[in-house]
Design a protein around this ligand. Structure first.
Ligand SMILES: [Zn+2]
Length: 478
């Protein structure tokens, strides 16, 4: 099934062969030379956290990428581009800013087809919208989920995101979309789902038994803690321990959800996760709004990953995440950001989410731009247990976002204090990358996707969206 689905996606979305304009391209390739190492040369400004988590701004540096890994980070003057067959010239035409590929710690890619079906439909209260969500989701088939996921992931890629945690109830469509887009994806399959009540932990055991090689990284998810009984929670513990899988769920997203859990189980969400041994660095919790001080301290002590989703929280009137408590009590490095799905956010990019974080908490104190940058790079990778991503250092995977410097997102800036470019990127950015490299391969080159024909993709999404609306109008009046 995964093979068939992937083949259908690839066939229908195949990008036309990429033709470099030799006059304007930064990508240079000389056929007479041997070797496949790539030199990213003469980077105007390179931003990354170092081994000690300190934000660095390197000027006029070069990177050598080999076999999908960053093998060297050196001053540009110490390396000769003539030795390389493949060179990316980051110094020409105003220059380039390079950051690590961004890490999105919470998303729902199969819901992309619901854009404009949900958030923009007027006249409905948010509660009606949320109640209608599973109805819409059930009006979709596996191919809809797969094309949706390609739509969602490619939009993220254009905004510099190279790693995504997908929290959803289906596995094969996400795996097919991963193969089609080459994104790093954690494929967290819900074992007690709102939209797919037939799901169970056994489904994940079955996936583990399959012999096919998976390109997405399998994980376990729960929509909400209160949806699982003791049997399910024990099996989740077993999956995370025996098969070393991550576990993720929405937690304490609203006062209602927090109360519901106490009512059904007689325990709060944190206590239930603790009881079943699920408070660990292999757990990723999103939202985490209605938690007590003691619970926050417990989550920090157990190094649980926390995903903050400020736009979603405002749109759904969920409440405000206790960011300062987490930070003041030692949990700063466990905090990542996510986009959530299109029903909960206008654009699927992390820079605008970092900006939203800044303005959400501004009444108390200012979240510094450096901290926001960490949340979408090094912290994101840490929360997702990916120690070889989120930083630009020798030995790390080559996930790189290339941003044009001569752009309204950056200019003007203080040349004597270029660290301010991070503030400009977050405040005025949130726009497209010029190029995006994932595992050493350019998936966006000169602003074009190298694997997916976007115009074809939009055409297919539009057709499938209308077909979904027709099915919905038969099931309930719109
Ligand atoms: Zn969510």
């Amino acid at each position: 099934m995964i093979e068939n689905l992937t083949n259908r996606l690839r066939k229908s979305l195949r990008a036309t062969p990429f033709q470099d304009d030799t006059l304007h391209t930064r990508h240079k390739q000389e056929s007479e030379k041997s070797g496949d190492d790539l030199l990213v040369h003469n980077i105007s400004y390179l931003f990354t956290c170092d081994e000690k988590e300190k934000l660095q701004c390197l000027q006029k540096y070069s990177l050598v990428v080999s076999g999908g890994i960053i093998v060297e980070v050196v001053p540009a003057k110490k390396v000769s581009p003539r030795k390389f067959r493949r060179v990316y010239d980051a110094g020409m035409r105003g220059g380039i800013v390079v950051t690590p590929g961004l890490v999105n710690a919470h998303a729902h890619p199969p819901m992309y087809l619901l854009r404009s079906a949900m958030m923009l439909d007027e006249g409905e209260s948010i509660n009606e919208t949320i109640a209608a969500m599973p109805l819409w989701e059930r009006a979709m088939a596996d191919e809809d989920y797969a094309y949706s996921a390609v739509g969602d992931i490619t939009e993220q890629q254009k905004a510099g995101v190279s790693t995504t945690l997908s929290h959803y109830a289906v596995h094969a469509p996400i795996e097919a979309a991963t193969r089609t887009t080459k994104q790093n994806v954690i494929n967290a399959v819900s074992v007690a789902s709102n939209s797919h009540p037939e799901n169970s932990p056994e489904m994940v055991f079955e996936i583990l038994k399959e012999k096919t090689r998976r390109e997405s990284q399998l994980a376990v998810s729960l929509h909400y803690v209160h949806r699982a009984d003791a049997g399910i929670l024990k099996k989740i513990k077993n999956l995370t321990e025996e098969h070393s899988l991550l576990f993720t769920c929405h937690m304490a997203e609203s006062a209602e959800v927090a109360k519901k859990c106490e009512k059904i189980h007689g325990l709060r969400e944190t206590a239930i996760l603790e009881k079943y041994g699920l408070l660990s660095p292999k757990t990723v919790l999103s939202h985490v709004i209605y938690v007590t001080d003691a619970e926050i301290k417990k989550l920090i002590r157990n190094r649980v990953g926390i995903v903050h989703l400020p736009t979603s929280n405002v749109i759904h009137k969920s409440g405000t995440f206790p960011l300062w408590k987490f930070r003041d009590w030692g949990g700063a490095e466990q905090l990542a950001l996510g986009t959530d799905g299109v029903v909960s956010k206008s654009r699927l990019d992390l820079l605008s989410e970092a900006y939203q974080t800044r303005i959400t908490h501004l009444y108390d104190r200012t979240v510094k731009f450096g901290s926001l940058f960490k949340m979408i790079t090094a912290n994101g990778a840490r929360v997702l247990n990916m120690p070889d991503r989120g930083k630009i250092l020798p030995g790390m995977r080559a996930d790189l976002a290339f941003w044009k410097l001569r752009d309204r997102g950056f200019i003007p800036f203080d040349k004597k204090n270029p660290i301010v470019l991070i503030g400009n990127l977050i405040t005025h950015g949130g726009r497209m990358v010029r190029d995006l490299m994932i595992n050493g391969e350019f998936v966006i080159k000169s602003r074009r996707h190298t694997l997916v024909n976007e115009s074809k993709l939009l055409e297919i999404l539009q057709k499938r969206h209308m077909a979904m609306r027709r099915r919905m109008s038969k099931s309930r009046p719109l």
